[in-house]
Design a protein around this ligand. Structure first.
Ligand code: BGC
Ligand code: BGC
Length: 831
């Protein structure tokens, strides 16, 4: 592959900062020569297509909101399954159910009884680290871990296997690879990137595309053993200000190209069939409407010969557009809009725009041609239904032993050893090994986001039939060698061990829900440090294994432990950790450490933009760092100053175990409007319209009970005000962990979000509260979109939560946060 290194061409100072000049961009060559036979078929088909059918090709719906009958009627060209969308709405639906649904959608698209043309549908899915939406699939380490392997050929193999497993369940298209180059570790998608270094990302992008699609010009290219790829998210997703997901990228054109663009050049040369537009803006202009970048640069200058797909209602974020109406995204160059729940409105408005000329027919035809061209290249017009293709239904391939072996190797090669005092590692297996920490036997923490569910949470061990936890792997090898292993998550061992392995780290997350304000683990108060220190105080040597989607400030834990391993998000093969940590029974090294940092490791919690090659670069462990067993792994004491005030830290937790966290104030307001700021576990308004007391959960005084004697209000005030715009765009909800203690039949309860004088959104919630199990803790979800629709400006919430009750109502509150997991949801009410 030709190297496309370009020096920084600095834009002259009189140019506007967001200005794009296509001449400044390289011209990778598109490897597929125009195919006259295909072009003829496209011409012939296009000539017979109605305007309705053309519009159908450029709109993509999500399986949670579209049925095969809808496809039969509207002739949509594509569907997707978002991270939270599954057959029957069950995150652990069987592989057979996925395949049956794929058949049903395909059959609908090929059904010509209503007079429509047979154009095979394509189904896109986030096979991000393996076919990770499906039970039993091999789960590879997330990209950040693959970055540490520095092994492009291993990535080719991972991509090849991912394609095979994806095909067994009927999809022919993955929304991968992510070639983001994350520059701020606070970003919730940092782990989806291979590296902060564009050169490393570029060295993977082309081979990964080839692994998924096959090689252009060789047998197998885009055949039934491969899937088409999506290189994403174009462009600048990893460069937003403050590491905010879906934010604004305000770097120079040169940096946009040389850092964030690095993966696209080799991916295009490998023939990537689609590129996904990004949620972010470039200098205030949303990428979904950015004509200069989507059309002038990507298609015209960079010779991209596939189609551009949108991201989840990304078009709706363009000024002047909504989720259901946006001609501008197409005129800017998008070819297929991802309109998950909005497809019908998008279809209808786009049809109207095509009729009235707002969307020129030539542009619509070009988009349709690009989509059809891909379908022809894949030979889809000649293929039978998904289950009848080469790998359809071959579920024995999901988590096949030879696939898992590759994933296990990837785990071994991704581990980065940061400290190894007095050569504590590798451990002899024939001794008493304690395995502790809440990550030790925890598939969710080990697999991270985009695993069966969008956020990677809410699953059970039984959902992972083809997987080993880290504990499973250690136990098996220790016991086989004649040692003994004990699992004690909190460290309360029965027999004093010879050595302890403590596995801990981040809870799973995806997208904006993973954005954090600093690089502490849970605000620097996770409890894992105490666990390590306690074991050390007992005289036990400790190996710390850290699970995370980004480097975090760990100096205290590294100081406390004897050895420290960054294990990233390894996926299904937790046993790969034992392969490296343990010697053979006869004392030999099984596998040495190979991984080296692909993200610089911070020395303080505020070092989130600390990337190799930048001015003032001063990490704790530099890019490329990683010990082996031959290295001197001794470290002196690292500085323990976090660089931030750990007590003043702010998160999306608005109420935590009955207490308002930093930056939030709990206030009770009486019927008379007189307010009382809460400073103690019990409080009341003067008129006793609200009386608050502490109640116990599993934590003593872990919640607060509110008895309404009048039309009182329980409010959370945020100072400074909260900006929940991204969360609102992303379908998040206000989640209140609540216990309904008393709800009179005539109760009148509402929930409001306020944004200043005469700015508020108010929703009735009595009905939803009545659906919750009385007297039991459950999660009430209030869609942020509903609060916005009811009038709240989500960009400046002064009071994100205001619960108004009526006499006799009694509710208890434990946590209030922004999230996606709920038991009962409030519906948007027509106002
Ligand atoms: C979907 C995800 C998507 C997200 C966007 C979720 O409901 O399941 O696939 O990325 O919304 O905000
Ligand atoms: C994400 C994409 C993903 C899509 C479909 C979006 O929210 O940003 O990366 O491919 O959802 O799930």
């Amino acid at each position: 592959m030709a190297s496309l290194c370009v020096g920084f061409v600095h834009a002259s100072s009189h140019e506007a900062p967001g200005r794009i000049n296509p001449q400044h961009w390289p011209q990778p060559s598109w490897p597929l020569a125009p195919d006259p036979t295909v072009e003829k078929r496209i011409d012939a088909l296009l000539a017979t297509m109605t305007l309705e059918e053309k519009v159908g090709q450029v709109v993509q719906g999500d399986i949670a909101s579209i049925t095969p009958d809808d496809v039969r009627k509207y002739r949509l060209g594509s569907i997707l399954a978002g991270g939270g969308s599954d057959p029957g709405g069950r995150y652990n639906a069987s592989p057979a159910e996925w395949l049956a649904l794929a058949d049903a959608f395909w059959e609908a698209s090929m059904d010509t009884r209503g007079g429509g043309k047979a154009i095979p549908i394509i189904w896109g899915i986030d096979a991000m680290h393996g076919q990770s939406n499906v039970v039993g699939a091999t789960l590879f380490p997330h990209n950040i871990g693959l970055g540490a392997t520095r092994n492009p050929e291993l990535l080719r193999e991972i991509a090849r296997i991912t394609a095979i497993e994806t095909r067994t369940t009927g999809m022919e298209w993955t929304f991968a690879p992510t070639v983001a180059v994350p520059q701020d570790d606070r970003w919730g998608r940092a782990y989806e990137g291979y590296s902060e270094d564009p050169a490393l990302v570029a060295s993977y992008a082309g081979v990964f595309v080839e692994g998924l699609q096959g090689k252009v010009g060789e047998a197998g290219f885009l055949d039934d053993h491969h899937v088409m790829t999506t290189v994403k998210h174009f462009l600048g997703d990893g460069g937003t200000d403050g590491g905010k997901d879906q934010g604004d990228t305000t770097v120079s054109e040169a940096e946009l190209r040389d850092v964030h663009g690095a993966g696209y050049f080799p991916a295009i040369e490998a023939g990537a069939q689609s590129v996904m537009a990004s949620f972010n803006s470039f200098h205030g202009e949303k990428m979904h409407g950015h004509r200069a970048l989507l059309t002038d640069v990507l298609k015209d200058r960079m010779n991209f010969g596939g189609f551009v797909v949108g991201d989840w209602n990304g078009h709706g974020q363009i000024r002047g557009c909504s989720n259901t109406d946006c001609a501008k995204t197409y005129t800017a160059g998008l070819d297929m809009a991802m309109a998950p729940d909005s497809w019908k409105g998008m279809y209808e408005s786009t049809l109207a725009h095509a009729k009235d000329g707002t969307l020129p027919i030539a542009r619509l035809d070009d988009a349709v041609r690009r989509i059809l061209r891909v379908k022809f290249r894949m030979g889809l017009f000649e293929k039978p239904k998904p289950s009848a293709r080469a790998l359809g239904g071959k579920f024995e391939m999901l988590g096949a032993p030879e696939h898992r072996a590759v994933a296990r190797r990837a785990v071994r090669e991704s581990l980065v050893l940061l400290k190894n005092q007095d050569h504590l590692l590798p451990l002899a297996p024939r001794q008493r090994v304690l395995v502790a920490g809440d990550g030790a036997d925890n598939m969710e923490k080990q697999a991270g986001g985009w695993t069966l569910t969008w956020q990677g949470d809410g699953t059970q061990r039984a959902d992972f039939p083809n997987a080993d936890t880290i504990w499973d792997g250690l136990k098996a090898q220790v016991e086989a060698a004649g040692g003994s292993a004990e699992l004690a998550v909190e460290g309360a061992y029965r027999t004093k061990p010879d050595v302890a392995v403590v596995v801990f780290g981040e809870e799973p997350y995806a997208e904006f829900q993973g954005d954090v304000p600093d690089l502490t683990l849970k605000g620097g108060k996770s409890g894992d440090l105490e666990l390590i220190r306690k074991l050390k105080a007992d005289g036990i040597p400790v190996v710390a294994v850290f699970l995370s989607g980004r480097p975090l400030w760990m100096n205290r834990e590294i100081n406390a432990a004897d050895a420290f391993v960054a294990a990233w998000l390894p996926g299904s093969e937790g046993a790969g950790i034992a392969d490296v940590l343990l010697r053979t029974p006869t004392g030999a090294i099984q596998h040495d450490f190979k991984g080296t940092l692909s993200f610089s490791w911070p020395r303080r919690a505020d070092q989130y933009q600390n990337n190799v090659g930048q001015k003032g670069y001063d990490p704790q462990f530099a890019y490329g760092y990683g010990l082996t067993y031959a290295s001197d792994g001794n470290l002196g004491a690292l500085p323990e100053d976090p660089g931030i005030d750990l007590d003043a830290r702010r998160t999306n937790m608005l109420f935590d175990r009955g207490v308002a966290p930093a930056g939030i104030l709990l206030r009770l307001v009486g019927t008379d409007g007189k307010a009382v700021d809460v400073t103690h576990p019990s409080a009341a308004t003067q008129d006793r319209a609200v009386v608050m007391t502490a109640v116990n959960t599993n934590v003593q005084e872990g919640a607060r009970q509110f008895v309404f004697g009048g039309r009182g209000v329980v409010e959370l005030h945020a100072a400074p005000s909260l900006d929940l715009t991204r969360e609102t765009n992303g379908d998040a909800l206000m989640i209140a962990s609540v216990r309904v203690d008393r709800l009179p039949a005539d109760a009148d309860v509402s929930l409001a979000a306020r944004c200043g004088d005469a700015c508020q959104g108010d929703l009735p919630v009595r009905r939803a509260l009545a659906e919750l199990p009385a007297g039991k803790w459950a999660r009430l979800g209030v869609p942020l979109k509903c609060l916005a629709a009811a009038g709240a400006d989500m960009g400046r919430l002064e009071v994100p939560f205001a619960l108004r009750g009526s006499p006799g109502v009694t509710v208890s509150l434990d946590h209030i946060s922004v999230g996606t997991d709920y038991d009962v949801r409030v519906e948007c009410s027509p106002h």
